[in-house]
Every structure is written in C-alpha cells, then in structure tokens.
Design a protein around this ligand. Sequence first.
Ligand code: ADP
Ligand code: MG
Length: 340
Amino acid sequence: MRERINLLQGHVAELIAAGEVVERPASVVKELVENAIDSGADAITVEIKDGGISYIRVSDNGCGILRQDVPTAFLRHATSKISTEEDLGHIGTLGFRGEALAAISSVCRVELITRPREEVAGTRFCIEGGSAGEAEDAGCPVGTTIVVRDIFFNTPARMKFLKKNVTEGNSVEGVMQKVALSHPHISFRFVRDGVDKLHTPGTGKLQDTIFSLFGKTVATSLIPVSYQEGYYRVEGFISKPQLAKSNRTLQHFYINGRLVKTKTGMVALEQGYRGVLMSGKFPACFLFVTMPQELVDVNVHPAKIEVRFAAEKEVFGAIYAATRSAIANYSDQTAAALGS
Ligand code: ADP
Ligand code: MG
C-alpha cells in the first residue's frame, strides 16, 4: 500500500542532516578546529577524554563571536564566511556551509564561551540536542572555547556505531596531526586523557612541525619539492627513498591549504618514484598543491575531504613532474657528494 508523502518535522530533518557532518568524535574535532583556524587564531588547544566520546574541548585565541550572533551561529546555513552565490566560486576559508555547529549541537551537549576583542564581557551559551539556553556573561580572554560532551546522547542508534574509546581517540589524533601539518604558522596542542600528545611550535616552518610530530628520522629524510607548471604550484617535501614505509599513512596532500584524499595525487606521487622504490614500499609526502580556486570544487562532500578537479590530468602531471624533478635533483646531489 502506498503511504502518503509528508514533510519531515524540523528536528527529524536536523538529525538526518547532522548525520552527514557528525560521524564520530574525530569529525567534531575536525569541524571545531577548522572554525578555530578560520577565526584567525595562532594558538589552538584541543583536549579530549574517552576518545572524545564524553568530552571534547577546543580553545582558540581568534576573533571570537559577537554576543548578538552567538545563537545564530548554531542555526543551519548560518555562516559569516560567504553570503552570495558568487562567493561559492572562491572560497577562502575551511568552512562555508554553516552546518557544523548546528549539526554538533543537535546530537551533543555544547557549551560555548567566547569574546571578541571589541566586547568587554564574554558570553557563555549552552545548547544541547538542539535546545538552547540564554546567553549570559562570562569572564574570558579574547577567543573562543567550545566544550562538546556526550556525543549522540540523544541518538542511541548512532552511539552504537562508535568504536572503542582508544580507536576513536586515535582517529582524533590523526586529525590533529594532519591539521597541524597544514598550518605550520599555528601552534597546536593536543591533550588526550590528561596526557600531552602533540605540541607544534607554530614557527611557520613545515619542517619544524614535521619534526615535532614525527621525530628526527622523518624530519631529516626529506627532499624539498618546489615546482610550478602553468596554474599549478607544488611545494613541500617528499621522502628520501630509504625512508619508504610499508603503508601510506605518511602521505599528505593539501589542495589550496585543505587536506584532501586524492587518488590522483597518490598515483602521481608513486609513479614519480618508479625505479627508486621497491614494490610494496610507499613514499611519504607533505605536498601542498596550489591552483586557482575555480579549478577545484570543494563542494562535493559535507565532510569536505574529497575534491573534484576541473583538469584531473594537469593535476596529475604537476604532482608527477614535481616528484620526478625533486628525486632527480636529490640523486644528482647525492652523486656529487659521493664524488661520482
Ligand atoms: P561555517 O564554519 O561553515 O561558517 P559553522 O557552523 O562551523 O559554519 O560555524 C558558524 C559560524 O560561527 C561561523 O561562520 C563563524 O562566524 C562562527 N564561529 C564558529 N566557531 C568559531 C570560532 N572558533 N571563532 C570565531 N567564530 C566562530
Ligand atoms: Mg565550520
């Protein structure tokens, strides 16, 4: 029998939409840290407990939120980052959908404390499962702190899909590493169950960040990459062949500053190593590809990890050529040093 068609109630629609953004603690951390970066902060601290399932706190020293805007920030499609259709063509911030705070606050208990430079008193605002309290005064420094407790407290079916605390915590730690790598100018600190796990210096030098995250062996086994071809610029580091790993966990690709998963990049990189790496071994990379905004579509997936390229082949070509020339350069230098 055919059922009648009806429009979903607001909160049901909210919960469905939230599912697209909030999958697990790591996705909450990613969204909150991206907001902190967009706020112009140069120091960001993240603390989690129980893998982030019971507690996540993200603090920044960025621009803060005006008191009158605080409740609006939690509405769906509310953003300060774009306003017109044209803006979609050149997105310069990590966020722009205006969905994260709405999604997070519909499936978690959220406490926000914030103060912009131009306001004397800070604001404290609580919202849980979509129901908001009143904005009240709070003494606090300039910047924003968000505490997110009890993810999926009101959606037990989704709660069941979470993995063990340690697995969720590892996933958060992965997010922190990747985000720290893409922003060497920002000092990131990550505390997990009371233990300091990561603290980057924020010097602006990628190599300093790599050193603080992966230690000396990795930091001293890098070949610099600097390559330009047409609209495409490829910069960063790839690993000397002797550092080769048995998996791809040290491969990092950034498109216009945004960490992405890109099969194109991965294949281009690995083909670039042809002849210098044994099969079954994988190179590491920290590659930053810059291209005109209009040649890349970030508007593909709500979690924003996938991107679409207008000219796939050219992206491939640039990464491949950048890798080849960096390796050739390195081999020449090695040969010269050996006196051959
Ligand atoms: P988006 O990041 O896509 O704009 P969000 O839901 O993540 O959407 O955030 C909504 C708005 O709240 C942002 O556009 C921004 O104005 C404000 N905001 C959120 N987090 C912060 C922060 N840490 N510092 C300053 N403003 C923030
Ligand atoms: Mg955001």
